[in-house]
Structure formats: structure tokens, C-alpha cells
Ligand binder design. Structure first.
Ligand SMILES: [Zn+2]
Length: 471
């Protein structure tokens, strides 16, 4: 064992250590000592719909402070009981990348070149805070938002939020916006230059800062890396934990297309630093922090000229078609669907959420003569529920803020709170938008005759009649 009982006994937090057993196949050893004793040894078994995570934990052994081995038996997946209380442990974890590469943004894995260590699925669940030592092969570097203590360990305050990126030939860059310093970490070959990504991150963070009027984190770590196994060039998958954004991406051959694809995924994912990560809200309110975020990110992308106005309308039409294509679409309200995000209703949360967010945005803009928008809902939410405050229920808090922007319960609100198919043609006509079916695909376009208020609203969200006439 790595720790002498004399020094560790003084510590209030667990002492843990991760070292490499082999890179091929990827295996790590985890050893540690708890602050107290326990008989209950539990590991994360399911995350983001990925099952049987604890099957990767092998050869679990637990000990007393004086190194006596205590027998352990498995109670159920991920849960073990020791015959008597123990405080030291040792086990190995098989870190083969997940079979479905899209899952690699959500759980730990390692290749011979790089990998992600997410402490929530690596350490026993009883460990929430820890002084963690990580020993990698020579030439590897570690990158994390977690502070390093004088003793050389990472001072992990919350294992649920901690991600450590490990890699050979990792490249690091620093950037800043008005109030956020960020570190950009990348590896592998891309069709664009690293500096272009630094510039994109900076531009996007500034836009989100301006729109929300909030700075949830003074520092952010943004990791953009290839998937652990070669994947379709168009694919990306990401996760934001605390102030760390991990984005895994395929690489498209053409520079412009590749950068455009990356920018759109960054606009969405970086917004998660604000929502939900900048909010002291809990519970399943995914309809908002995923569905509405998908809409809000599309708005930001239009403001930043990553998307044209028509592409913005196309994105909403696509979301509408995807939501309508689902068999159970009409049977779930958004609040009910959020309960089962990682199961069958997952895409419903995103797609119906995005369409409903669009209806809210239009409603607020038209009623306030363009003075307010959905962005003001975000500003108010981040003002009332900035992280660091007492955590509140996400669903009721967001609905309350939305209510404060609404008059006489608009239709968008009905789609949020209850079941029912969204009739897009009827819903969009007050705003000068028409809906047309082309085969199976819906297309939204601006009506040929617009009233003054409609014209003003559409201009404000990116409609340019000069451009539209030319095409
Ligand atoms: Zn998201």
C-alpha cells in the first residue's frame, strides 16, 4: 500500500492513488484509505444510460488500518460488503473504451495515447473528497481543473464533478474573455489550426457572457479530442462537468466544414457552463437545460454568423420533424419526458424542448415589442439561482421564472406543462412565419406579406429581406 497509517490517520479526507497497470489492454490500479471505516463498498453502476459500469472493477481487496485482509462479498452489481469494517482498499479497473463511441464523453476510458479519468466512476462512492495521486507513464501529462496541493496530490473537492485528462503529446493553450480565463487542451490531428479553436472558444464564451449577463466560473477547462476509436467524421459527443468541457469529435476533411461543425458543437456545449452548471438547481429539468439550451445555442450561433437565418429556421424545422417522428410524441409533456431522458423519451426532450423554446422566444419578443426575449429568462434564472446558493428544484424554479415573463398562460406554456401535438402552422402564423411540407420534411419560411411588428421581430432574430430576395 502507498500510505502509511500514521500520516493518513491525520487526514480528514480519503487518500487515493491511481497508477497504470498496463496501457494495452488499458488497466489502472486504484488504492486508497478512507477517512473512516466502512463495510459498504459501492461503485457507480449506471451513468447517462450506460449500464454495468461496475463490472469494470476487478480484484477488490479491503484491509484494516493494520493491513489485515477482510473478506468481501458481492451483494449486487456495484455493491460489495466486507465482513467487518475496513478503511483501506485496492482494486483494478478495466478501462477499455466503451463499445458505442458516443458514450466515451460520459465515462472513464484510456487508450495507449490518451484518455479521460472521471473520478465518479473510478472511486468508491463513499469517497466524495480526496487527495488523489495519479502516476502515469513517462511523457504523459495530466490536465484538470482540480487544484494541486503542496503535497503533490490533486485536491478533489467533489468527485462527481472531477475529470482528469491524461495524454501523451497533449497541446495546451491559454485564452481569456472579459471575465473568464480558459485553458484549451487538444490532441491528434485536425483539419483546422489549434489557434482557430482558441479564437472560437473565446468568441463563444463572450457571446454567452453578454447574453446571460453572468459569469458562473472564473476559469474553464475545454478539452477537444478525437474519439478513442475511429468514428464517423460528422459525429461529436460532449459532456460538461463543473467547469470542465470534454468534447470528443470526428474530423471532417475540409477545413471550413470541420471548423463550422466544431463551432456549432462548442456553442451548445459551452453554454452548459451556464446552464445547468452555473445554476443551483437540481432534479430532472432536462427539457430546459437540454431542450431549451439546444434552441438558445442555435440563437447564439445565428448571432455569431455560424448559421444563416434560414439555417436557424431549418434547425427548428428539423427538431420539429424529429419530435413528430416519435411514436409516443403526443403522449408526453416535456416535464414527464424529462424523467426518462436516457431511455426512450431522450430525443423528445431535446427536440420538443427546442420547438417549445422557439415559441416562448417569439411570444416574449412580440409582446414586448422586441424589448425582451428568452435570453432575459436566462438572465433572470442565473440571477435568482446562481450556483453557490441553496439548491432548489429545477422544474418549479424554471417554470416560475418563465411565468414571470408570461401573460395569460400562452400556448407555449401548455405544450410545456401538458400533453398534446404542437400545431406548428397555427403557432407560427402570428409571427409572419409559414410552414410547408416538402415530402416528409417540414420547412419554415418567412411569409411574403409581413405586418410591421412581424417584420421588426424577424429582423431582430436575423431575417434580412435583401439577402432573402436575392436567393
Ligand atoms: Zn447538451
Amino acid at each position: 500500500m502507498l500510505f502509511s497509517s500514521a500520516s493518513a490517520a491525520d487526514e480528514k479526507v480519503a487518500q487515493t492513488a491511481i497508477s497504470i497497470v498496463s496501457l494495452s489492454p488499458p488497466r489502472i490500479r486504484v488504492e486508497g484509505q478512507l477517512a473512516g471505516e466502512t463495510t459498504n463498498w459501492k461503485f457507480l453502476d449506471e451513468y447517462a444510460g450506460i449500464l454495468s459500469l461496475s463490472d469494470r472493477v476487478e480484484n477488490l481487496r479491503v484491509f484494516t488500518a493494520d493491513n489485515s485482509v477482510i473478506p468481501v462479498r458481492r451483494l449486487k452489481p456495484g455493491e460489495f460488503a466486507s465482513a467487518s469494517p475496513a478503511n483501506r482498499f485496492s482494486y483494478e479497473v478495466n478501462l477499455n473504451p466503451p463499445a458505442a463511441s458516443v458514450n466515451a464523453a460520459h465515462i472513464s476510458w484510456l487508450t495507449a495515447e490518451y484518455g479521460a479519468l472521471m473520478l465518479d466512476d473510478l472511486l468508491p462512492q463513499v469517497v466524495r473528497q480526496t487527495c488523489l495521486q495519479v502516476t502515469m507513464p513517462q511523457g504523459w501529462k495530466l490536465h484538470t481543473s482540480e487544484p494541486q496541493s503542496a503535497g503533490g496530490c490533486f485536491d478533489i473537492r467533489n468527485t462527481e464533478k472531477a475529470i482528469i485528462w491524461a495524454g501523451r503529446e497533449t497541446r495546451a493553450y491559454q485564452g481569456r474573455t472579459r471575465a473568464i480565463n480558459f485553458t484549451f487542451i487538444t490532441q491528434g490531428k485536425w483539419s483546422f489550426a489549434d489557434e482557430e479553436v482558441v479564437s472560437s472558444i473565446s468568441t463563444i464564451l463572450k457571446e454567452h457572457e453578454n447574453v446571460t449577463g453572468a459569469t458562473p466560473f472564473k476559469h474553464a477547462l475545454v478539452i477537444v479530442a478525437p474519439f478513442p476509436v475511429p468514428t464517423d467524421a460528422h459525429r461529436w459527443s460532449a459532456q460538461t462537468r463543473g467547469n470542465t468541457v470534454l468534447l470528443l469529435s470526428g474530423n471532417m476533411a475540409a477545413r471550413t466544414a470541420a471548423l463550422s461543425r466544431l463551432n456549432l458543437s462548442l456553442v451548445h456545449e459551452l453554454f452548459h457552463l451556464w446552464v445547468p452548471n452555473g445554476l443551483a438547481l437540481s432534479g430532472n429539468y432536462d427539457w430546459f437545460y437540454e431542450g431549451f439550451t439546444t434552441y438558445q445555442a442555435t440563437r447564439a450561433a445565428t448571432e455569431l454568423d455560424f448559421l444563416t437565418f434560414q439555417e436557424y429556421l431549418d434547425a427548428i424545422a428539423r427538431a420539429y420533424d424529429r419530435y413528430r417522428a416519435q411514436v409516443q410524441a403526443a403522449n408526453h409533456s416535456l416535464l414527464a419526458a424529462s424523467e426518462q431522458r436516457w431511455r426512450d423519451a431522450g430525443t423528445l426532450v431535446y427536440h420538443r424542448g427546442m420547438v417549445v423554446a422557439f415559441l416562448y422566444d417569439l411570444d416574449i419578443r412580440l409582446r414586448t415589442n422586441g424589448k425582451r426575449s428568452l435570453s432575459d429568462v436566462y438572465r433572470e434564472l442565473l440571477r435568482r439561482h446562481a450556483h453557490g446558493q441553496l439548491s432548489q428544484d429545477g422544474n418549479s424554479s424554471v417554470v416560475q421564472v418563465l411565468h414571470s415573463f408570461m401573460e395569460n398562460a400562452p400556448k407555449a406554456h401548455r405544450y410545456l406543462m401538458s400533453e398534446g401535438v404542437i400545431d406548428l402552422t397555427t403557432e407560427l402564423s402570428p409571427y409572419g412565419l409559414e410552414v410547408e411540407k416538402r415530402g416528409a420534411a417540414t420547412r419554415i419560411h418567412v411569409a411574403s406579406a409581413l405586418q410591421g411588428a412581424q417584420y421588426k421581430l424577424l429582423r431582430k432574430i436575423g431575417y434580412n429581406d435583401q439577402v432573402n430576395r436575392r436567393h
